[in-house]
Design a protein around this ligand. Structure first.
Ligand code: PHB
Length: 393
């Protein structure tokens, strides 16, 4: 080999050696740490959200801007200390690019400081207390807030013959949000509040609280309970004879959750709720989504599945916007302001609040002949582009 060729070879080898780490970095997997309650009393949230996240990836080849999106799923069993520890490990050991999930408010609140310290975007796909997004500038939310879905049902109730109401909520963040915003909106509409009743989040026995509702004889009881508790509540509501006593049940859609609605049976018929997602939402986007979801899983998607499906969308589009480079600040910037058609309807990630702006529907539980004679939340009214009313002005 001539000396000249040797030099050229050496130069080429050097160039390759310099270029290699950069090329490798570009094609390294993009790591998404998904933390969910996969066991414990809120495991249905984990099951739905995992299925939603995986469906988005499956439909999009798990690739954005040439980088493979790797999902690292961890179970926090719904325990805040565990969520926080897992988040720390995912950032420090696994070097995840983004955190996503958070099945309950206390789990999201416990993790917010970790996202801030780690300068890691944290996409909340489930937890729904208004204040969450204010706990870290790195939080973006694709679920909803309780004030957002509660104000529309308080308006509806006042316009539809409910003069005296009682609130009945789970005693923690989202329940307190629901109680506060139902009360203020209902009073504003000249309604009368008879009582505000709270039941413990864990292991609730609804009977004594429902007896109190029965004694007060309101026109309606407004209920918020987290996803998964609706079936037990509905059973006790009818066993206590509240439906027969003329107390109307109104709620946020967490109570008539698509995950469990069909098993509730006829006691759920006619219940009016407000929420941002129904599996029966009559858009082409949603029909395609539900079909694909049910083909991949043996159950119907609920709002937890949609929150996670959209969460992965927001993450992947942000990665695309950075041409695959990622980086906490750049990803966060590219998440803000995204506008897209979700299975729930049109949505916006508000750049100022990092919270989701979306349509909120009023729905009634009906048996739908066109959907296998099963129970669904059938939308009949809508408030368009609702921002979280819980944000301080
Ligand atoms: C919450 O803890 O923020 C939460 C959980 C389940 C829901 C709604 C809110 O259905």
């Amino acid at each position: 080999m001539s000396r000249r060729r040797t030099v050229l070879h050496a130069a080429a080898a050097l160039t390759a050696a310099i270029a290699l780490p950069a090329a490798r970095a570009q094609s390294a997997p993009f790591k998404v740490g998904l933390i969910l309650p996969m066991t414990g009393p809120f495991a249905s949230t984990g099951k739905q959200a995992e299925a939603g996240a995986k469906l988005w990836l499956a439909q999009n080849g798990a690739v954005a801007a040439g980088r493979r999106i790797e999902l690292i799923l961890k179970d926090d069993a719904g325990v805040a200390d565990t969520t926080r520890r897992i988040a720390q490990e995912l950032i420090v050991n696994d070097k995840v690019d983004v955190l996503v999930g958070f099945g309950l408010t206390p789990l999201a609140l416990a993790t917010a400081p970790i996202a801030t310290q780690g300068k890691t975007p944290m996409v909340v796909t489930a937890a729904a207390t208004s204040v969450i997004t204010a706990q870290s500038p790195w939080i973006v939310r694709t679920s909803f807030t309780l004030p957002q879905v509660t104000v529309p049902i308080a308006d509806w109730a006042a316009k539809n013959g409910v003069k005296k109401a009682v609130t009945f909520v789970a005693d923690y963040g989202p329940g307190l949000d629901a109680e506060k915003f139902f009360k203020s909106q209902f009073l504003l509409n000249h309604g009368e509040m008879a009582a505000e009743i709270r039941s413990p989040l864990r292991g609730p026995d609804f009977a004594p609280f429902l007896q109190k509702v029965a004694d007060l004889k309101p026109d309606a009881v407004f209920v918020f309970l987290p996803s998964g508790q609706g079936t037990a509540f509905m059973k006790q509501f009818s066993e206590r004879g509240l439906d027969k006593a003329g107390v109307r049940l109104i709620a946020t859609g967490d109570v008539t959750d698509d995950d469990i609605l069909n098993e509730m049976g006829d006691v759920a018929l006619g219940v009016v709720t407000s929420h941002h997602y129904s599996a029966a939402h009559p858009s082409a986007t949603n029909k395609t989504f539900v079909q694909a979801f049910e083909a991949a899983n043996r159950f119907r998607p609920n709002f937890m599945a949609v929150g996670a499906y959209d969460g992965l969308r927001v993450i992947a589009k942000a990665l695309q916007a950075t041409q695959g480079k990622g980086g906490g600040e750049a990803l966060l910037g590219a998440m803000k302001g995204q506008v897209f058609e979700s299975p729930r309807g049109p949505v916006l990630i508000d750049a100022q609040t990092r919270d989701i702006v979306q349509d909120v529907y009023i729905r009634k539980v009906e048996r739908v002949a066109a959907l296998g004679n099963q129970l669904y939340n059938v939308e009949f009214d809508v408030q368009k582009a609702v921002k979280d009313p819980g944000k301080a002005k």
